[in-house]
Design a binder for this molecule. Structure first.
Ligand SMILES: CC(C)(COP(=O)(O)OP(=O)(O)OC[C@H]1O[C@@H](n2cnc3c(N)ncnc32)[C@H](O)[C@@H]1OP(=O)(O)O)[C@@H](O)C(=O)NCCC(=O)NCCS
Length: 375
């Protein structure tokens, strides 16, 4: 047929076709399992998107529609492609996350939407994600980015074991409820499986808990956000300052496990590079008796004086007593660094140590998990 060519990226991408109602036989043959089994012999399929073998998708030369060919028939269909995001997608991804909200001040946008609120910050974030083994997937419908998701491997020592971590999943508000989120999630689960993980974990943002329970995630742990005032004291002998190249490989995150630790380390050391005037963090190695800890403090916006967020790494078998000592030292380091308050998001089992050191609970945060391979 004149003007029809195979689109290169489709050869690698998984294509989803928005379709419902009666399907022709040829179409059913092109479906990818398990959709094929779901359709069976009935030829009717009610899902909003069905997965099609990518090779059978062609695009019109005017670039505004896609065609699907089965045998001698050609049909025009609305299709969605899932592919790895590249540098050219950054602006579109920011538009998906910030849709409908106009905030001119860059720093304010980053406060409101995180890395996803600003093109330069997001470009840095996506580079760090890639460097630490993660991937960003975009859902593209008729040349428009309609959703984005990120998954990263987290194989280092961890109190919740090895897992792939779903960092974010976002559908453009105008395209919600059509299966975009589910398609992106399924692709992320597939990638995690290809990496060899048995489970995928995430921290649902408020309002998305139902989406995750509807898609098979359940709560396996809890973190607590808590805050304390820092306190001055002399006697910080024996502390060793750490720099960008000193990621504490063999320790687990006791507080601040909100994404893979190595990715947080990369992002926080790099934040000075995104032109928002954000300072570099301060990091230290500390010892309590024979126990090793690492601490990273970075400034977070606050109206009530300088505030730091703390990431604390420790050995997997560390006891609450040693954690208490390390938290005490952390509050002193924060004070020396000029921070009045310290915020931490800690695993719930360490709440007694943090409370004893003066932290007050702000909120609880669920950690949810989906099994993707049998135990
Ligand atoms: C959560 C979100 C990604 C869902 O995307 P979506 O494209 O609308 O989701 P889908 O259309 O694929 O829906 C998949 C399933 O989840 C259900 N679902 C979607 N949003 C839901 C919600 N808020 N509560 C309960 N169920 C929900 C749908 O009904 C659908 O179920 P079905 O397959 O039985 O029909 C989207 O609402 C969003 O971007 N929200 C803001 C960001 C966010 O919360 N992200 C998640 C954490 S980072």
């Amino acid at each position: 047929m004149a003007g029809v060519r195979v689109v290169g990226s489709l050869l690698e991408a998984v294509a989803w076709v928005r379709r419902s109602g009666r399907l022709t036989n040829g179409f059913v043959n092109d479906l990818v399992s398990p959709e094929k089994q779901a359709v069976g012999g009935g030829n009717t399929f009610n899902s909003t998107y069905v997965r099609l073998r990518p090779l059978s998708v062609r695009r019109g030369s005017d670039g505004t529609f896609f065609e699907w060919r089965a045998g001698t028939q050609t049909e025009r269909l609305s299709i969605m492609i899932l592919r790895e995001a590249d540098e050219g997608d950054v602006g579109d991804i920011v538009a998906v996350y910030t849709y409908g909200e106009r905030i001119d001040d860059r720093l304010e946008r980053v406060r409101r939407f995180g890395w996803w609120g600003d093109e330069e910050a997001l470009a840095w974030y996506l580079k760090s994600l890639k460097r630490t083994g993660g991937i960003s997937i975009v859902a593209v419908e008729e040349e428009k980015v309609v959703g984005e998701a990120e998954i990263a491997p987290d194989s280092g020592p961890s109190l919740v074991g090895e897992h792939a971590f779903l960092l974010s999943l976002w559908t453009h508000p105008k395209y919600r409820g059509k299966g975009v989120g589910k398609a992106l999630l399924d692709r992320c689960l597939e990638i995690a499986k290809e990496w060899g993980f048995r489970v995928v974990d995430t921290i649902p943002i408020p309002g998305s808990e139902k989406f995750f329970s509807a898609t098979g995630f359940s709560k396996v742990a809890r973190q607590v956000v808590a805050e304390a005032s820092s306190r001055p004291t002399p006697g910080l002998a024996g502390l060793v300052s750490l720099g960008p190249g000193d990621f504490p490989e063999n320790l687990c995150l006791l507080a601040g496990h909100v994404r893979p630790g190595r990715l947080s380390w990369e992002l926080l050391w790099g934040q000075a590079e995104v032109g928002l005037g954000l300072p570099s963090p301060k990091a230290f190695r500390l010892r309590v008796g024979s126990w090793n800890f690492a601490l990273l403090l970075y400034a977070i916006p606050s109206r009530n004086g300088p505030k730091a967020a703390a990431l604390l790494w420790g050995e997997p078998r560390v006891g609450v007593g040693q954690v208490f000592d390390a938290v005490e030292v952390s509050l002193r380091i924060a004070s020396e660094a000029g921070f009045k308050r310290v915020r931490a998001q800690l695993w719930e089992k360490f709440l007694p140590s943090f409370s004893a050191a003066g932290f007050d609970e702000v909120k609880k945060v669920p950690w949810v998990r989906k099994q993707i391979r049998p135990r």
